[in-house]
Structures are given as C-alpha cells and as structure tokens.
Design a binder for this molecule. Structure first.
Ligand code: CO
Length: 134
C-alpha cells in the first residue's frame, strides 16, 4: 500500500545552524524557510535526489514540535512520510487492521498542500508515520 518515502522530518533547535550544516557540510540543496502557521512549524526543505528532508522548528505558541524538542534538546528524527495513492482507502484499511490514526481521523492539508494523516508511533515501531496522498 505505501509507496515512495516522501520525506524524513527532523526537529531542530536552531534552524539556521541546521540549514548551514546540511548546505555547507553535507553539500545538500537547502531551500528557504517557510512558515506553516496552521501546523505550528517553520519548515526548511532539503531536496535529495530520491527524497526530501524536512527540518522542523517550532512556530508560535503550542507548537507540536516544542514538546519533542523539550525531550530531545539537540533535535532528532520526528517522523517519516510515506506516499499513498488514496488516503481515505489507506486510512480505512489501517483502521481495520487496528492501527490508530491521530486526531479526528480526517486528512488535513500538509506542508506540500496535499492531504496527510498521522499514525500512532506505538503502532509502528516507535516511529511517528505520516501518510501523504501523492
Ligand atoms: Co512531514
């Protein structure tokens, strides 16, 4: 059911330092920061030949990233995102298999303006999983 790895998201405590590290040390194609107020994050996309890295930094009060950074002050992998063809069909299949879909279970528009859902990390080897309809 899942397709390509769309991105790996890494929460970082210093967006400028993390961007510089990827640009200058790893030699990656690092884009400009984008504020995503609806998601409480500022995102920097890093384009790799076969996937993307998303650096996530808290934006505003009650950012979902803040608690993660409180627990992981140097940053860390926050989630992985897999592409699916039909997000409603994927959700219904996952629910039938007993997996927990976070929130109200309805897809929301994600950072790429495509519908996304998140799955409970305890159901997937301790990893928060995002599904994006590609
Ligand atoms: Co994501």
């Amino acid at each position: 059911m899942i397709g390509r790895l769309n991105h790996v998201a890494i929460a970082v405590p210093d967006l400028e330092a993390a961007s510089a590290q990827y640009r200058n040390v790893l030699g990656a194609n690092v884009k400009a920061p984008q504020d995503e107020p609806a998601h409480g994050v500022t995102v920097v996309f890093i384009e790799l030949p076969n996937t993307k890295i998303e650096l996530l930094y808290p934006l505003g009060e009650n950012s979902p990233i803040q608690a993660f950074l409180d627990k992981n002050p140097t940053g860390g992998i926050h989630h992985v995102c897999y592409e699916v063809d039909d997000i409603i069909a994927a959700r219904d299949r996952l629910k039938a298999e007993g997996a927990r879909v976070l929130g109200d279970g309805e897809p929301k528009n994600g950072a790429h303006n495509k519908p996304v859902l998140f799955l409970h990390p305890k159901d997937f080897c301790g990893t928060l999983v995002e599904l994006e309809q590609a």
